[in-house]
Design a protein around this ligand. Structure first.
Ligand code: BDR
Ligand code: CA
Length: 322
């Protein structure tokens, strides 16, 4: 049976690549897309989701979510990574994009989870504000969600500790209070953080092959990723770019490509280490322990990066020939 997925996202270049992977995969039923501020303003992120829905014939609902974090001040959209329009500044035809669900994203999540108890996987690849609002408004959904898969955070594996500060990743520092609520809620969370997403790189050669072989998606992905590839080249001297958000979708399809560690997770919500994610492994007892009563979650620490690249390519090419 296909995995029912609600994809919570701030499209976003790699978000769009991940959304199309979920759409193309025969293992996933993409039921809903909920948007959040981050890579783009909430208006642009939502417009981009609706544009992708229309352009590629997605049947998923689209519901608009939060435009600001729970507690900290909202940062500027990361247009230097994703372009002014959030899609690498490709031309998006002007006009109205219809088909928005009238509910706020967190209400859409609550209603959907309750309508399909035990069946829905929430895959969140942006700030965790919508998920935090949902579980705060109706804590009963925690027991009804099949799994929460989060792209965010960094736990120091493979030398990856942060990409905004030395110890914080963008999605987590963008709303650290929401992230801490999501990590400590009583639902099963798997984190796909920089520890693994920065182990997988799509090179220029890889994207050229995708462009040639995926008649349906290749040209679009080539176009939106020019801006993203320039950012990686300029800022990090890379030939190619990291595979952040698509890694979360790959985890949902093929978890065997990842090794995980288990333990409670907390997020630092103030001070110089704000946005830092910390996993406590093992059962050692301490006089003071803000982890001990929290649910045990899972953090991906190793990845078969070639397996991720092969799965992405195979999925996007296969669909094109149908
Ligand atoms: C995350 O930040 C955003 O730029 C990407 O879309 C991804 O979700 C990586 O830190
Ligand atoms: Ca994202």
């Amino acid at each position: 049976m296909k995995r029912k997925v609600i994809f919570d996202t701030d499209p976003g270049i790699d978000d769009s690549m991940a959304m199309l992977l979920a759409h193309a995969s025969s293992e996933i039923e993409l039921m809903g897309i909920t948007t959040v501020f981050g890579n783009a303003t909430i208006e642009n992120a939502t417009r981009n989701a609706l544009y992708l829905k229309q352009r590629f014939g997605l049947t998923a609902d689209v519901a608009m979510g939060a435009d600001t974090p729970l507690v900290v001040a909202a940062g500027e959209p990361t247009t230097f990574v994703h372009g002014l329009n959030g899609l690498g500044d490709i031309d998006i035809p002007a006009g109205e994009y219809h088909g928005i669900d009238k509910r706020a994203a967190h209400d859409y999540i609550i209603d959907s989870v309750k309508a399909h108890p035990g069946e829905i996987t929430l895959i969140a690849v942006g700030r965790l504000t919508n998920l935090a609002l949902a579980v705060e408004k109706d804590p009963s959904i925690a027991g009804l969600v099949k799994e929460v898969i989060v792209m965010g955070g960094a736990f120091g594996h493979n030398g990856h500790t942060g990409n905004v500060t030395p110890f914080a990743e963008a999605n987590i520092i963008g709303d650290p209070h929401a992230a801490d609520r999501v990590m400590t809620a009583d639902w099963p969370v798997t984190v796909v953080g920089l520890d693994v997403t920065q182990q997988t790189v799509m090179t220029g050669e890889y994207i050229d092959r995708l462009r040639l072989d995926s008649a349906r998606y290749g040209e679009f992905i080539y176009r939106i990723t020019r801006f993203y590839a320039d950012f990686h080249q300029r800022e990090m001297g890379m030939e190619g770019f990291y595979v952040h958000d698509s890694s979360a979708i790959v985890y949902a399809i093929a978890p065997e490509l990842f090794d995980v560690k288990v333990g409670a997770i907390r997020v630092i919500t103030e001070g110089p280490a704000i946005g830092h994610t910390l996993l406590k492994e093992g059962g050692k007892r301490y006089p003071i322990d803000e982890w001990s009563r929290k649910p045990k979650q899972r953090v991906c620490v190793q990845v078969d990066h070639q397996g991720v690249l092969d799965l992405y390519m195979a999925t996007m090419v296969e669909k094109a020939t149908v």
